[in-house]
Structures are given as structure tokens and as C-alpha cells.
Design a protein around this ligand. Structure first.
Ligand code: NAD
Length: 559
């Protein structure tokens, strides 16, 4: 079988609560139904049990891969990679497009699994995961050949000496992908597709909270005919991720929290393994006085509450010009009140459960800290108690300031804190007053003004009159600055992270030595002084003054 699930999986009945525990290491026992407690108390070692966070039902169990199993997976991937790299882009694209077709045919099944494993609304599982993944598959299957076409480099005056340079892009080998739980399909699948299209093999270590979606990705590629070993999936927790780094893959694509990102960078540095870090955010939304208030309010509500705010690019801070603040806030509240919260698999659910209790507790702490320091809760603000899973209602806060945790740390929950500002400069200062720099948005009808402001905001992506969604654009680079990480995924920049550029340099005139080779003598010394003065200006005309000296040196008698 092509994709090797390390040992076995039992998919339980899809029912209820999204947390996970390893057998013998029970977590959150008090919050789980009796049946789940029994499951957690089994003696079976090294397995992960996943639950639906909206209901508490066990969804399935997967193995917790040991370091030895991870090393084996990397070995299989390395063995399979050269043959895959020798295929043409078209041949690789054939497999990706076949997988795309299978995924499309399984949209409902896949969205149901994602919804149950994360708690997110099934509609969002389609719109924010399946749709962008299918789009990414199509884009990289049809464009990678062009994006990685060898490139000729203009080498200036060296070109006149019969030399030429080009860059050929070669696969790195085995790419290790370590992914989080909040977009369990889109985040890893996009990177899998890009890595495979650029000729690499992949070992994927999904989040311990969402292993089943990752295994589904493996199954889809397997059915599409991807040769064995090219997509290895090692299920497990942080120790499995650490083992993957220590297994010395050729690149690590890590998506997750800042704290883990730092550990990953440190561990990878021991092997000099290059890393892309896609980390957290505290993304600001700046609403100028000339914005379309209705649409900005709707954008804020979706940007802050989609996926229960558990997106790295969620709106986590909202700054509104004081002149439109009352109107904006009224629209935000009206919109928030229309949102329906329920288990994710109901088609008319807008806000599902949060994916795990740890995250829910962080949200509660941030809101409590804000309230204690004088924030006003104008919507939500308390755990939803008429639903039994990990539900937190869409929450809007005012009277907030940058002394509060809610304005500084990543909340990763359905909370929209709103602050006012008086001037553009103040808005930029507030937006940039953060250790994070993932995405940001500016809202205005004056597009030129919006673009000017966008360039002043410190973030990897700044949108004008848009919010959250550009991870879904396969063509554009995705990544952050500051504590939000480094490196990029998606677009040509993302592909370049997955290949090594090889500089091929050719001298077509093979019968003459270079001017700077031995021997050195006073004439050579004088010519080199001339090169320093004229050649390095880039001017052919000025360099031409040296021609007689160059010719004399080239034809000087040799012993
Ligand atoms: P996390 O850092 O806890 O875990 C991420 C992954 O790293 C998991 O697979 C985990 O098992 C693994 N891991 C944990 N310890 C490890 C170690 N020592 N070595 C190697 N791997 C290890 O993050 P999370 O809670 O799963 O995800 C939420 C975070 O991810 C948020 O901060 C969010 O902003 C961020 N995120 C960022 C992006 C982005 O594109 N920038 C996208 C999605 C999520």
C-alpha cells in the first residue's frame, strides 16, 4: 500500500468532544462522557484517541509513532524520492490531478470528518479547507513547471567574455511537514502538493488533535496512484515531531505556535536543517473614517469568528476611527446576534465548538483579564452552557487597551476587541505595537490611501478591504514577520522553499586562461588596478580602456 499508516487505525463512530489523550495519560477526564473515560483507561500503549469537541464522542485511535518508526518512514521516503524526482512535471501533475478528482468526489465525507475532528461548521470545512485545497492542487499541478523553469541570469560584462549563468531548481529530497489542528486539511495538504510537485518526498506529522484528516489525505493520494514511500504519515504528538526533525530530513515546514516554533528552529539548527516557520498572529484590522461601515463590520465579524477565531490570521484586534465607532459597533453587534452556534455538522451552524478545551480556557483567561482591567463585554463573554461541548460564543469587547493580554497575546478564539483611534498615524502605531506580524487589514474607500497605509503596517500580508482569506490564494506568498515566523509557503516563493537553486556557470571560450589566474607580475598588478577602477563600474565603455592590457595578458608567452 502506497501510503503507510504506521500500524492501525480504528475509526470510531463519529459522535462527540475534540480532545485527545494517550492511553495511560488521561487528560480532561472530568469533561468526557463515561464511555470516553473507559477508553482512556485502556492499557494499550502509545496510541492517540481523538474526540469530537462538539459532542465528546470518540472518533478514532491512531498510533503514536516511535522515533524508530519515524526514522523508518524517512528512510522509505528517501528511497522513493529519486525516482519521483526523475519524472517530468507533467507526470507528477497527473497524480496530483487524480488525487484532486478523488478529493472532489469525497467533498462531503471529507468535510464531515474535518467538522467532527475540529468542531468547525461543515460549510467552513468546505469553503475554507476543501475549496482552497482543490484550487491549490490545480494551480501547482498546472503551473509548477513554469514557476520552476531554469532561469538565465544576466551576468553583465562577464557575459561578454563568453560566459553564461543559469539557475536550475532541484528538489531538496525529503520534506518534513509538521502541522497544527486548526486547518487540518488545507495547511498540510497544500504543502504536500507543493513538495510533491517540486519533486520531493514528504513525511507528514499532523497535529495529535486531527490525525484522522491527515490519514484521509494519505488515503486519497494512495488511491490516486502516488508511488509508495512518497507520502509517509507519522501520527503522534510533539515527541513524534521532534523525532522527525532528528531523523534529518532535508527541510522542515512547520506550522504552529511561537513557543513550539522556537523549539523546532533550535532542534533543526543542530542538523543545519532549513526551516520554514508559520507561526501565530495577533492580526489588526484598521477601519478608517471613509470605510464602507456595513461591509467592514461584516468583515470584522467573519474575520474574528470564522473557525471560532482559531485561525492564525483571525482578526484579533480591531481599531476603528472614533467618528464611525458607534455606527460600526452597532453593525458588528447586529451581525453577531444573527450567528447560530451549534455542532459543526449542522449545515446552518455559523459557529461551531472550539477544537479543544485548552484553547477554550485561554480564551476565558484573556476575557477575564480584560474585564478585570476595565474592558466592557458587549456580546458573549461566557462559555456557552446550553451546549455540552467546548463552545464559546462570539464575543465583542470595548474599552480595551494594550495593557491587556487580549490585545497582546494570541487569543485564538471568537473574541473581537474594538478600540478607537483619532489619526492615521495613531492607527499605524497601534497596529504595529505587537510582537506578531502575520496579516493585517485596512478598510477605506480610498484605495490609494489604503495601499499607502498598508505599506506602513508590519505584517507578511496586508489587505485593503479584505480579511483573513489570502491563505486560500495559491498564487500569493503566505508567511509572517517578527514572531509570526519566517519563510513562505504558497506561490513561487513557497515553491522556492522546497528546492535548492543550482547555479550552472559555463565558459564557452575554453582555450584561454582567465585574466585573474596566475602569474602575477607588475603588468597584472596594473591591470587589476584598472579592473577595480573601470570594470567594477559596470560600464563597458570604461572597461574598454583596459582592452590592450587584457589582450597583452591573454597572449603573454607561457612557460
Ligand atoms: P503547536 O505548536 O502546539 O503544535 C503544532 C505542531 O507541532 C503539532 O503537530 C505538534 O504535535 C507539533 N509539535 C509540538 N511540539 C513539538 C516539538 N518539540 N518538535 C516538533 N513538533 C512539535 O500548535 P497548535 O496548537 O497545533 O496550533 C495553533 C498555532 O498554530 C497557533 O499559534 C496558530 O496561530 C498557529 N498557526 C499558524 C499558521 C500560519 O500559517 N502562520 C497557520 C495555522 C496555525
Amino acid at each position: 500500500m502506497l501510503f503507510r499508516v504506521i500500524s492501525w487505525i480504528v475509526l470510531g463512530d463519529f459522535l462527540f468532544s475534540a480532545t485527545l489523550s494517550y492511553a495511560g495519560q488521561p487528560a480532561m477526564l472530568d469533561n468526557l462522557p463515561a464511555m470516553s473515560k473507559q477508553v482512556l483507561q485502556t492499557e494499550r500503549p502509545r496510541e492517540i484517541v481523538t474526540y469530537d469537541p462538539g459532542t465528546g464522542a470518540e472518533l478514532g485511535r491512531v498510533p503514536l509513532a516511535s522515533p524508530e518508526e519515524v526514522v523508518e518512514a524517512v528512510r522509505r521516503a528517501a528511497a522513493a524520492q529519486p525516482a519521483w524526482a526523475s519524472l517530468s512535471f507533467k507526470e507528477r501533475a497527473g497524480v496530483i490531478l487524480k488525487a484532486r478528482e478523488i478529493m472532489l468526489g469525497q467533498t462531503e465525507e471529507l468535510a464531515t470528518l474535518i467538522s467532527r475532528e475540529t468542531g468547525k461548521p461543515i460549510s467552513e470545512a468546505i469553503s475554507m479547507e476543501v475549496v482552497p485545497t482543490l484550487d491549490t492542487m490545480h494551480y501547482f499541478a498546472t503551473h509548477t513547471a513554469k514557476l520552476l523553469r531554469p532561469q538565465k541570469i544576466d551576468i553583465g560584462q562577464y557575459g561578454l567574455m563568453g560566459r553564461s549563468s543559469r539557475i536550475a531548481y532541484k528538489p531538496m529530497g525529503v520534506v518534513g511537514i509538521i502541522s497544527p489542528w486548526n486547518f487540518p486539511l488545507a495547511t498540510p495538504a497544500d504543502e504536500v502538493v507543493m513538495a510533491l510537485m517540486s519533486g520531493n518526498a514528504v513525511v507528514l506529522k499532523p497535529s495529535e488533535l486531527t490525525p484522522l484528516t491527515a490519514l484521509k489525505i494519505g488515503e486519497i493520494f494512495s488511491r490516486a496512484g502516488l508511488p509508495e514511500g512518497l507520502l509517509e504519515i507519522v501520527t503522534g504528538d510533539g515527541s513524534t515531531g521532534a523525532a522527525l526533525i532528528d531523523a534529518r530530513v532535508d527541510k522542515i515546514m512547520f506550522t504552529g505556535s511561537v513557543a513550539t516554533g522556537k523549539r523546532v528552529a533550535e532542534a533543526a539548527a543542530k542538523h543545519l536543517t532549513p526551516v520554514v516557520l508559520e507561526l501565530g498572529g495577533k492580526d489588526p484590522m484598521v477601519v478608517l473614517e471613509d470605510a464602507n461601515v456595513d461591509n467592514a463590520a461584516r468583515g470584522a465579524v467573519w474575520g474574528a469568528f470564522a473557525n471560532s477565531g482559531q485561525a492564525c490570521a483571525s482578526v484579533e484586534r480591531c481599531y476603528v476611527h472614533e467618528s464611525i465607532a458607534p455606527q460600526f459597533l452597532a453593525r458588528v453587534l447586529a451581525e453577531t446576534q444573527t450567528l447560530r452556534q451549534d455542532v459543526g455538522i449542522n449545515e446552518d451552524t455559523d459557529i461551531g465548538a472550539m477544537s479543544n478545551e485548552r484553547q477554550l480556557r485561554i480564551v476565558e483567561q484573556h476575557v477575564a483579564d480584560a474585564v478585570e482591567r476595565g474592558a466592557k463585554v458587549v456580546a458573549g463573554g461566557k462559555r456557552t452552557d446550553n451546549l455540552s461541548g467546548f463552545f464559546y460564543p462570539p464575543t465583542v469587547l470595548t474599552n480595551v487597551d494594550h495593557g491587556m493580554t487580549i490585545m497582546r497575546d494570541e487569543t485564538f478564539g471568537p473574541v473581537l476587541p474594538v478600540m478607537t483611534f483619532k489619526t492615521e498615524d495613531e492607527a499605524v502605531r497601534l497596529a504595529n505595537d505587537s510582537v506578531f506580524g502575520l496579516t493585517a487589514s485596512v478598510w477605506t474607500k480610498d484605495i490609494a490611501r489604503g495601499q499607502r497605509l498598508a505599506e506602513r503596517i508590519e505584517a507578511g500580508t496586508v489587505m485593503v478591504n479584505e480579511v483573513l482569506y489570502t491563505h486560500g490564494i495559491a498564487q500569493t506568498p503566505w508567511g509572517g514577520i517578527k514572531d509570526s515566523g519566517y519563510g513562505r509557503t504558497h506561490g513561487r516563493m513557497g515553491l522556492l522553499e522546497l528546492v535548492t537553486p543550482r547555479h550552472i556557470h559555463v565558459n564557452r571560450i575554453s582555450g584561454f586562461p582567465d585574466l585573474w589566474w596566475f602569474r602575477y607580475d607588475p603588468a597584472a598588478h596594473k591591470l587589476f588596478r584598472g579592473l577595480a577602477t573601470y570594470f567594477t563600474t559596470g560600464s563597458i565603455i570604461r572597461t574598454a580602456r583596459l582592452l590592450p592590457q587584457m589582450i597583452r595578458r591573454l597572449f603573454a608567452p607561457r612557460v
